[in-house]
Design a binder for this molecule. Structure first.
Ligand SMILES: NC(=O)c1ccc[n+]([C@@H]2O[C@H](COP(=O)([O-])OP(=O)(O)OC[C@H]3O[C@@H](n4cnc5c(N)ncnc54)[C@H](OP(=O)(O)O)[C@@H]3O)[C@@H](O)[C@H]2O)c1
Length: 338
């Protein structure tokens, strides 16, 4: 591939410091379907094409392979470190005292980087489950959200900033009640909130809350994660690429419905991080932000397709005594504590 996108055509997003970051990133969770080698080859091709934001995580079990291609692409002079915006995340089994630093150092070593641009607390619980476990598996040590425990983890993240190992820190899979409880306690505010966002799951209140607090929403599963594992599927799930307003816009613009989901995301103001190992897909995914925007009517029609359809329910993180997966998401408007 020799094609490269003219990056000046892409909109940018701003962090609370005023620093600009890319409006689209590349997801790297290969799920049960794509191995580390395939994902890292996509990272290589994507950076060569013009991606600058790469969304990584220790639990995706591919940071070592991604590190090899990051090193290669920089050695080849295709990009400089300071042009890239690389994220990673501390997994749930590494929240304890001293563990966050250990986890961050491991990600840095695997990714062959001196610093990360943004480091997330992947889930706001220390509730561990093995990668790839079945949807009904439960860990007896799991427990509900605790402000004290979360803040102890966050303090460790703040220290990573102090040490110069990460430039920004972020939260993921949060709710408004949890944010209300922890934001006033933060010495360093979260720069971004990674959250599930796609046309059938728009999280309007949380999205607005993040923007009001100068926290940039980064949207995962932006295409509705059509390749997600079986354990993350239920009969009620809606396919975003089959929503009437998405299909109508896809026909009008002559593109795949996935591209419409991404255009909607970028125009709404979140940073989508679509995953793909297929060159034609990841090229068109980034290009979608550079050309042929949706009309106001199309944006409104897609806005009306919200179905409150959460795909990543997180049920494997439930604790004994919890009713069901909705307990993880504080649907009653208060933190679920038992
Ligand atoms: N913070 C968190 O807790 C969290 C949770 C989940 C995900 N994430 C992040 O978000 C990223 C994205 O989420 P995701 O991978 O679940 O879902 P996604 O990006 O919504 O869906 C990815 C899938 O969509 C299909 N696709 C991609 N581009 C396409 C195109 N142009 N045309 C048609 N189909 C296309 C591909 O399916 P095929 O491969 O079948 O072609 C691809 O595997 C992850 O990789 C990860 O980095 C974070």
């Amino acid at each position: 591939m020799s094609e490269t996108l003219d990056r000046s055509l892409l909109p940018v997003r701003k962090l609370y410091t005023g620093e600009e970051i890319p409006c689209v990133g590349l997801g790297t969770f290969g799920s049960d379907k794509y191995g580390a080698e395939q994902v890292s080859q996509a990272v290589y091709g994507a950076i060569r094409y013009g991606y600058r934001l790469i969304d990584c995580a220790a639990v995706y079990q591919n940071e070592d392979s991604i590190g090899e291609v990051l090193q290669r692409v920089m050695q080849e002079g295709a990009v400089e470190r300071k042009e890239l915006f690389v994220t990673s995340k501390v997994w749930n089994d590494m929240h304890g005292e001293g563990k966050v630093l250990e986890s961050c150092r491991k990600s840095l070593q695997d990714l062959r980087l001196d610093y990360l641009d943004l480091y997330f607390v992947h889930w706001p619980f220390p509730n561990y489950h093995a990668p790839g476990c079945s949807g009904d598996s439960r860990n007896p040590d799991s427990r509900p959200f605790s402000v004290e425990e979360f803040m102890a983890t966050w303090r460790q993240c703040e220290e990573l900033v102090d040490k110069g190992l990460v430039r920004y820190i972020g939260m993921s899979n949060m709710t408004i009640p949890k944010l209300e409880a922890v934001l006033p306690l933060c010495r360093i505010q979260p720069a971004a909130l990674e959250m599930e966002l796609h046309p059938s799951f728009q999280q309007k209140e949380l999205f607005a809350y993040a923007l009001e607090h100068n926290i940039l929403p980064i949207g995962y599963c932006p295409i509705g994660s059509p390749s997600r594992p079986e354990r993350d599927r239920t009969e009620e799930d809606v396919a975003d690429t089959e929503l009437p307003a998405v299909l109508a816009a896809a026909e009008a613009h002559g593109v795949h419905p996935a591209i419409i989901c991404l255009k909607w995301a970028v125009q709404r103001g979140q940073v989508p991080i679509p995953f793909s190992v297929k060159e034609n897909q990841y090229i068109s995914n980034l290009k979608s932000a550079a050309e042929d925007p949706l009309t106001e009517e199309e944006m409104k029609a897609i806005e009306a397709e919200d179905k409150n359809c959460r795909l990543i329910k997180g049920q494997v993180f439930l604790w004994e005594g919890a009713k069901d997966w909705e307990d993880l998401w504080d649907v009653e408007g208060v933190i679920t504590t038992c």
